[in-house]
Write a protein that binds this ligand. Structure first.
Ligand SMILES: [Zn+2]
Length: 432
């Protein structure tokens, strides 16, 4: 394929959805011929087939074709290999060439808060196997920023170090799951810093990988005093949507064909509610045709005041599924929104809930002085919004997120076998 020579569209290259659709159609023959180079699609693609003729590619198809059943290029052209996070069993593999990486990095960097050479960018998502850390890292490098690699799954980077780095280096941009930013806020306070005051260089928090309700998002933005910029994607596809300055997520519909699949009827459409199905238009290593991400979404072609001629998406993800309590479905999204609608002065950052057959049990971390009003207010809000029997308990700060997690520092040592007489030789070899 000549993708390296193909000019990929830039935001603003088109004026209407029709123009954009025409450019996608023009691209499809090349996408199909690239797919035909893979063992998997060789079996599926019949002579003269168009995208509309094809069955969906499922996550199970990817697992069944682990590791290289969807490889379309000689292996020496691969730049990276990844696997999705997930449970045990056969992994979902994905792989990219160097040119695929240009497309990935460009899409990631398309947020309304841009990345510049003067930025110091903390990447706080996993680097091991998954794509997320590398994606932000590559996008930041592409724009000349200074990257601080701060993998959230590495023992070398406990919360105390995150706070030190954010503070001492004057980090301007971060990339993490939304929950991380709340943990940083608590860790900052545990070290005597105030998030909204003592990190004056911070410009924005880039977040993704986890559903985020409007109230939690507002709370995070208030706490840190900067915008929260959401993004949506997956390890198999990279970034698929990013946020405009009006807080809406736009699908990168110039870089992929997006469809919405209704599992109840089996119908595929361009908009509405259902599961998001994606056909990336600029993939060398691992073409995907009608790949069903199985995330619940709502896609709309309504105009957005930002002026981007791109459909918008609301990602409900797994948060669309609830647990039954007394015959009603309780979702995390609704509960989260109620918790974070409590006044900021209640200082509630962490909570958990359990759906029993006829009782919803909720625990919030709240300081003693605010325990009574906060639990009373939340109970009333749940009663009003969900109408299920509930018990709200205020627990002391440190109960759900132990203080040692926020303040602890691990030794990062190298393996060795010889120790002095007064040293702990239990640290031999197993050095982490
Ligand atoms: Zn917009």
């Amino acid at each position: 394929m000549t993708a390296a020579l193909t000019r990929r569209p830039r935001l603003g290259d088109w004026r209407s959805h029709e123009e954009l659709a025409a450019s996608r159609r023009a691209r499809l023959p090349e996408v199909l011929s690239q797919a035909a180079r893979t063992p998997f699609y060789q079996r599926r693609l019949t002579e003269g087939a168009t995208l509309e003729d094809l069955a969906l590619t499922t996550k199970q198809d990817l697992r069944d074709n682990y590791p290289y059943g969807l490889l379309a290029v000689p292996k020496e052209e691969l730049a990276t290999y990844h696997e999705s996070s997930g449970t045990a069993g056969r992994p979902t593999a994905s792989y990219y060439t160097a040119d695929d990486w240009h497309d990935l990095s460009e899409r990631y960097a398309r947020k309304w808060v841009g990345i510049t050479a003067s930025d110091t960018f903390l990447v706080r998502t996993p680097y091991a196997l998954m794509i997320t850390g590398h994606l932000a890292h590559a996008a930041a490098r592409l724009h000349g920023a200074t990257v601080v690699p701060g993998d959230n799954r590495s023992l070398a980077m406990p919360y105390s170090r995150v706070v030190r780095v954010l503070h001492d280096l004057g980090v301007t941009l971060t990339w993490s799951m939304p929950t991380e930013t709340l943990l940083w806020a608590a860790a900052a306070r545990a070290q005597g810093h105030e998030p909204g005051r003592d990190f004056p260089n911070l410009r924005a928090l880039f977040v993704g990988g986890e559903p985020l309700s409007p109230a939690r998002r507002r709370r995070i933005a208030e706490l840190w005093g900067v915008p929260v910029v959401e993004e949506y994607g997956s390890t198999e596809t990279g970034s698929l949507a990013g946020e405009c300055e009006h807080g809406r997520m736009h699908l990168w519909a110039d870089r992929a064909v997006f469809e919405v699949y209704d599992p109840a009827t089996g119908r595929l459409g361009a908009e509405g509610s259902g599961q998001l199905v994606v056909t990336p238009l600029y993939r060398e290593a691992m073409p995907l045709l009608r790949y069903n991400l199985e995330d619940a979404v709502e896609v709309s072609y309504d105009d957005c005041p930002c002026g981007w001629v791109l459909p918008t998406v609301r990602v409900l993800g797994r948060s669309a599924f609830g647990y039954p309590v007394a015959g009603r479905a309780v979702t995390q999204a609704v509960l989260e929104d109620l918790v974070f609608q409590l006044p900021a002065g209640d200082e509630v950052l962490f909570w958990r809930a359990r759906a029993h057959a006829d009782l919803l049990r909720v625990e919030i971390e709240v300081p003693d002085a605010r325990r009574e009003p906060a639990t009373r207010a939340l109970r009333a809000a749940i009663d009003e919004a969900l109408r299920v029997p509930c018990e709200v308990t205020g627990v002391a700060p440190g109960t759900l997120v132990p203080r040692t997690v926020l303040t602890g520092v691990h030794d990062v040592v190298k393996p060795r076998s010889l120790f002095g007489a007064d040293e702990d030789w239990d640290k031999a070899l197993l050095y982490y």
